[in-house]
Design a protein around this ligand. Sequence first.
Ligand code: EPU
Length: 337
Amino acid sequence: MKVKHNTSLKSFNTFGIDVNARTFIKAASLKDLKDALKQNYSEDLFILGGGSNMLLTRDINATVLHIDIKGKEVLEVSEDHVLIRVNAGENWHDVVLWTLENNWGGFENLSLIPGNIGTTPIQNIGAYGVEIKDNLVSVKAIDIQTLEEVEFNNEDCEFGYRDSVFKNKYKGKYIITSVNFRLTTKNHKLSTNYGAIQEVFKQKGVSNPSVKDISNAVIEIRQQKLPDPKILGNSGSFFKNPVVSIEKLTELQRIHPEIPFYKISEKEVKIPAGWLIESVGLKGYREGDAGVHKNQALVLVNYGAATGHEILSLSKKVQKKILKHFQIELQPEVNIF
Ligand code: EPU
C-alpha cells in the first residue's frame, strides 16, 4: 500500500485538473483496501477509480483512496455464454479489447469509453444503444464502515439512464471491488441500429458485421467526435440528455422542426443536449482554457491550464443559456467535487 501526502491529482482525472490530495493511498489488492479502510476509518474518504467522470474544483482535504485492483478471469463457460469476473482497477477499454480477442459479444458498442471497471456500474455507462446493465450479472463491493464483502445482483443495482443505486441510496457506503459479466460466445445479439454505425458499414461495404466490425465502427465514430482525454482534458458528456414531455417536444418543434429526439416512453422523449448547446451557438466556444468541444457540444474540455472552477462556471453559463432559450434545465452528468 503506497501512501503519499499533498500530492497532485492531475494525472488521476481525465479533465487534467491540477488539485492536491491531502493524503493519497493506492490500493492494489483487496488486502490493501481493507488495511487502508481499517487505518483511516475515522477519516474523510474520497474514492477514486479511473477519474474519468469527475470535475475537481478544489483541493481534496481528505484521504483519497485510489482503487487499483487488477485482474480478470473466466469463471464459467456454457453452451453459448461465458461468465467473467473483472477487478475494479482494470481499464474498461483494455477489457473490451480482451473480450473481442476472444470473439465474445456484448461490449463492442461500448468500445473506447474512458474509465475503470469499478466505476462502470455506478454510472451505468452506455453508448450506441447498449448499456453496461445489459451484460452485468453482479457487483462485489466492500462496506466502508463494516468491511463486510457484499454482492449485488443486476436488479439490486437499480440501473437507470447513467444512474444506479450507487449514486443514490448507497452513495458513499460501498467500494466496488469486482464486477461479473455474462457475454455471448456465439449467436451474438448485435445492436447496429444507431445511424452513425450504419453509415460506417455502408461506407466500408460491411453487410454481415462481426462484433469486431462493430467495435471498429464505434472506435472510428468516437475518434471523430470525441476528444481523446490524453490529448485534450475532458470527462465525456458533461450533461445528461434531458428528458421532456411529448407536449414540450411539440412546442419546441413549432420553432425547430428539425430537433432530434429519442422516444423513451409514450409520454416522454430524450433530447440530445449537444444539439441544444450547438443551437444556442456555444459549440466551440472558449473562455481561457475552458471550452465547449468543437465536434461534440456535449463535451466540455480543458485546453491545458483551466481550473475546475473555470470549467464549472462555463458549464453554468451553458445551463443558463439553454434555460433561457428552451426553458430546459440541463443536469450535469459528471460528478462535481
Ligand atoms: N448533436 C448536435 N450537435 C452536437 C452534438 C450532437 O447537433 O454538438 C446531435 C447529433 O447530430 C445527433 C444527436 O445530437 O443528432 C446525438 O448525438 P450523439 O450521437 O453524439 O450522441 P449524444 O446523445 O450527444 C450520447 C451519450 C454519449 C454516447 C452517445 C452515443 C449521454 C449524455 N451521452 O451522446 O456518451 O457516446 O450518446 O451513444 O447520454 C458519455 O456519457 O460520456 C458519452 C460520450
